[in-house]
Design a protein. Structure first.
Length: 313
């Protein structure tokens, strides 16, 4: 049996395509998730001012022209607390950078401390590394950046230096253009309209966790987590949107934390639920009903079995 000839136009289109994996790494709270969302063009990774917000490997895709970028946002590498949760997070980071085409190493422009150095020491010497000096908009004197970049050049043979702000569209386009050069000529891995490989159930749990952290500030320890107990869909009728019913449990370590999450007369947990519902309705293009509960699980972050049961590998 002979194989049919591939039309020349189709063959040429496939060979012209580029695709590859780009890992976004750095210490906690340097803006990795904000950068991923900007590169993808839509929010898929949660952000907050609280360090260590991202806990999972989040994959986001951006297809532009003939190139498909597959970005991986990782948890910030943990150097302070050696509990079961942080060991799982660090394992996720190391797994993400093991087999990629390019590493985007994110630091704050003009700053580099021991935590940054520990992350850099862990990165493969075989993979090209871009140094992204993020939050350039926060630097008062731009003239200070040049000597800092020279100092960074002596620390590691970075492939390129990219001073930028993840909030500036021109900077994002420039970074995409730089990343493109390091991707192989090969067929795309995903459909052009796909934005993430994560499920809606996962995005729901992450959105609840983001609102939890945003609305409790520094009062609530970062070890709090969210478990989805129910995620059910009903098809819409006629012009109506589909209906998604979600029940989620917020897990905290102490009774005092539970009271903090619930708030006075339940106001805080109501607001967490409302803000989550509004955001998920936009993300999912659906009508969303959400119920939230709070449970105390003392010491869960240092219990390896429980850490795994909550979805951290």
């Amino acid at each position: 049996m002979t194989t049919p000839d591939v039309p020349e136009a189709l063959s040429a289109a496939t060979s012209a395509q580029r695709c590859g994996l780009v890992a976004i790494v750095g210490k906690p709270n340097v803006g990795k998730s904000t950068l991923l969302n900007a590169l993808v063009g839509q929010k898929i990774s949660i952000t907050s001012r609280k360090a260590q917000t991202t806990r999972h490997r989040i994959t986001g895709m951006r297809t532009q022209g003939a190139t498909q970028f597959v970005f991986v946002d990782t948890p910030g590498f943990q150097t302070r607390h050696n509990n079961a949760l942080n060991r799982a997070l660090n394992k996720t980071v190391m797994g993400a950078v093991g087999d990629v085409d390019l590493i985007v190493f994110v630091v704050e422009a003009g700053r580099f401390n021991q935590a940054d150095a520990k992350v850099l020491d862990l990165l493969s010497k075989e993979v090209p590394i871009l140094l992204v000096a993020n939050k350039l908009d926060m630097v008062n004197r731009r003239a200070d950046i040049a000597p800092w970049l020279q100092e960074m050049q002596q620390r590691h043979a970075f492939a390129e230096f990219v001073p930028m702000s993840a909030k500036t569209p021109k900077d994002i386009e420039r970074l995409l253009g730089i990343c493109e050069k390091y991707l192989s000529e090969q067929a795309w891995w995903y459909d052009a309209d796909e934005l993430t490989d994560r499920s809606e159930k996962f995005l729901a749990s992450e959105t609840v966790r983001e609102k939890l952290f945003r609305l409790t500030g520094d009062e609530l320890p970062y070890t709090s987590t969210v478990v989805i107990d129910k995620f059910e869909e009903e098809a819409g009728r006629g012009s109506q949107k589909r209906l998604v019913r979600i029940a989620a449990t917020i897990v905290v370590e102490r009774e005092g934390h539970k009271a903090m999450v619930i708030g006075d007369k339940g106001e805080r947990i109501k607001r967490i639920g409302t803000e989550t519902r509004v955001e998920l309705e936009k993300l999912m293009d659906a009508k969303v009903f959400i119920e939230l509960w709070v449970k105390v699980r003392s010491g869960w972050a240092d219990d390896e079995a429980r850490v795994r049961s909550f979805g951290y590998e």
